[in-house]
Design a protein around this ligand. Structure first.
Ligand code: HEM
Length: 487
């Protein structure tokens, strides 16, 4: 045995001599392998949400390192969300990319007190009264779309719809109706308005990552100008109309958001809202309501195509409640199964990526958050919405699409501060009710009129992080006629 080992000694010595001069290179390579995980960034992770998924898997509920922003941590914990419910400040940098669209001084980054004062004034714009007044108009937009699809169906047995694209159109129209009123000018070229808006949002989003070449930069500037000019025209038309109405007899009228901005004082200055601020606020509300609602509808339909039992149950409810008539606002509020399906779809496919709060120096947080390394020292907390929704300690079997989680019996079992498609606390979405009605109108009327199935491979339904999480290749839905209402 000893002889056997001795035979190899010369080889070992030669190998060591060869390796020794290369020791630094080998060490560097070894370090590179070890640190590879640390180098992971948004691009190599495949997006910001996948990056957060990886970092949370490595670091636990609180991620304090390797985030692409300074003084920022990411937390997936209901106690931390609870402790920060009252915090109403956001970090300024987060929405900087939208400044060309919404201006430097914009509601998204109003500090807590200013935002609260504004919300008090604008709150009624999303109340029940406005919803009731606007409901028929919003539903008519849905009916227009459905009629268009039916016309295509007259010529063939089935039709394939780019559902995301179509529902984005619905969402932009419905949100405009809700906040800008029904009397949008006749000469508005809606397609152009939508195109310029889409190009603006997409251009601004990519620009922050340095992804615009000169051609797209030029396109962005043109689209932005076109969008802002049209928006100003809409606002001015309405302003003139308000004066006409004021000069004549004032009808009993429920104020929408634009009415409020045109008639109330800015609580911050005590003077009328400036034209610039009105345009900024309208831009923010449109932007916040458009893509979010527009993607929520196709993702709900997609989830139903993959869950035939839930689909059959919902179909039964729709047929039972509505028989052959159009859904009223009251009908929609009675349809429990519809609400549960949409809530579960928003859990599995939340349009929003993350919420953010700035914990200013001196903010007082409850003791409960001490364990989560949240310093009250000018720190931004990110709350990644999908990570809350897919956490198995909050939602058992989270990958399963199970609308019954939101049934009257089960909903009390959902841990508070874990379900957050519309955000949470002081800066929660002010238009949850409006958004739910918009989604319900479309899902309900589509199911009343059509049988539907997915018209693409499931694996081709891919998420793409834009301003919201969108379907990269759209969601293709095949529609076939079924006996239903005569809209
Ligand atoms: C499915 C549809 C929608 C979803 C999923 C959604 C989601 C969200 C989320 C996650 C936030 C951030 C909340 C936070 O920071 O805690 C937010 C804020 C906001 N949303 Fe929505 N939203 C939807 C529809 C709408 C609509 C239709 C409008 C208006 C017409 C709207 C207006 C706003 C505004 C103005 C804010 C900022 C609130 C603030 O800064 O205090 N959203 N939304």
């Amino acid at each position: 045995m000893l002889n056997y080992v001795l035979d190899y000694i010369p080889y070992i010595v030669i190998a060591l001599c060869l390796i020794y001069p290369l020791r630094t290179i080998i060490y560097d390579q070894f370090q590179a392998v070890l640190s590879k995980k640390k180098d992971i960034d948004v691009a190599s992770a495949g997006g910001f949400i996948p990056l957060l998924r990886i970092l949370h898997a490595e670091q636990g509920a609180t991620v304090t390192s390797n985030l692409p922003f300074e003084n920022t941590i990411s937390v997936v914990n209901s106690e931390v969300m609870k402790a920060t419910l009252q915090i109403g400040d956001r970090p300024i940098g987060l929405f900087k990319f939208l400044v060309p669209l919404i201006g430097e001084d914009n509601f998204q980054i109003f500090d807590a007190e200013r935002a609260a004062r504004f919300k008090k004034v604008s709150g009624p714009a999303f109340g029940q009264e406005v919803l009731t007044t606007k409901y028929d108009d919003m539903r008519s937009i849905g009916i227009d779309l459905i009629k268009r699809w039916e016309e295509s169906l007259n010529l063939q047995d089935s039709v394939i719809i780019r559902m995301q694209e179509e529902c984005l159109e619905f969402a932009l129209r419905a949100t405009s109706k809700a906040i800008l009123s029904t009397d949008t000018p006749q000469d508005l070229d809606f397609k152009k308005f939508k195109q310029s808006y889409d190009a603006t949002l997409s251009g601004l989003f990519d620009k922050q990552f340095g992804l615009l070449d000169d051609l797209r930069e030029e396109e962005l500037q043109q689209s932005l100008n076109s969008f802002l000019t049209t928006l100003s025209k809409l606002i001015n038309d309405r302003k003139n109309k308000s004066t006409e109405v004021e000069n004549t007899e004032k009808p009993a009228y429920v104020k929408d958001l634009l009415d409020i901005l045109l008639t109330e004082n800015d609580p911050d200055t005590g003077c009328p809202f400036s034209d610039e601020m009105i345009r900024s606020i309208m831009s923010i509300y449109l932007t916040a309501g458009y893509h979010t609602t527009g993607v929520a509808i196709p993702f709900t339909l997609f989830a139903l195509t993959q869950n035939p039992e839930a689909k059959a149950r919902l179909q039964e409810e729709i047929d039972e409640v509505l028989q052959d008539r159009l859904p009223t606002l009251e009908d929609l509020s009675k349809m429990d199964c519809l609400t549960q399906v949409i809530k579960e779809a928003l859990r599995v496919h939340p349009p929003g990526t993350f919420c953010a709060r700035l914990i200013k120096t001196g903010s007082v947080l409850s003791k409960a958050v001490e364990n989560f390394q949240v310093q009250t020292d000018n720190t931004t907390i990110l709350y990644c919405i999908p990570l809350y929704h897919e956490n198995p300690s909050y939602f058992a079997n989270p990958q399963k699409f199970d609308p019954s989680r939101f049934s009257r019996e089960n909903i009390k079992n959902i841990k508070p501060n874990t379900y957050c498609p519309f955000g949470f606390g002081a800066r929660m979405c002010p238009a949850e009710r409006l958004a739910m009605v918009d989604i319900k109108i479309m899902v309900c009327m589509i199911m009343q009129k059509f049988d539907f199935e997915l018209a693409m491979k499931v694996e081709d339904v891919q998420m793409e992080e834009r301003f919201v999480v969108m379907a990269k290749n759209d969601i293709l839905i095949k529609l076939k006629p079924r006996s239903g209402i005569n809209a």
